[in-house]
Design a protein. Sequence first.
Length: 181
Amino acid sequence: MEQEMSGADRRKKILQLMENSQTPLSGAALGKATGVSRQVVVQDIALLRTEGHPIVSTIRGYLLDRPTEAVRLLKVCHTNEQTEEELNTIVDLGGCVMDVIVNHRAYGKISAPIQIKSRRDIQTFMEQIRTGKSTPLLNITSGYHFHHIAAEREEILDEIEAQLKAKGFLAEILPYEEGNV
């Protein structure tokens, strides 16, 4: 005989199901997955909302209101001394530098997640570069490197791209690089 799930465990499972779904889940489907009626699911959804979970009701069911984020790959080129200016330009306009990627002819693609989203993150990153025995990845490719930049909207990415271009940091992504980064 299966043991009945507690209300807290059931709500946790409902959240997990919604997090793992790209489409709305009906109350009936959530009820079947958790072993309760659709009406119990409706009550659980109300409780989850009061706890602050951003659950949206649609005609086809429930889903989590995930913030949409625009992401763009940009190729840049600059010196070590210009690194801080490049990063400040991006975060000051509302961007997050998700990673740094170099495309080395001998070693291939090398990438590292950096998740820089504030001036404080930049200061920490720059201090690690200054006090470490390592140099930025851009040094192995004559200053050329790539970043995935995330922002709330495409318009912010457009502004970041325009500012990087105005400062002379933006480089053209070459045809052979498009599928390799």
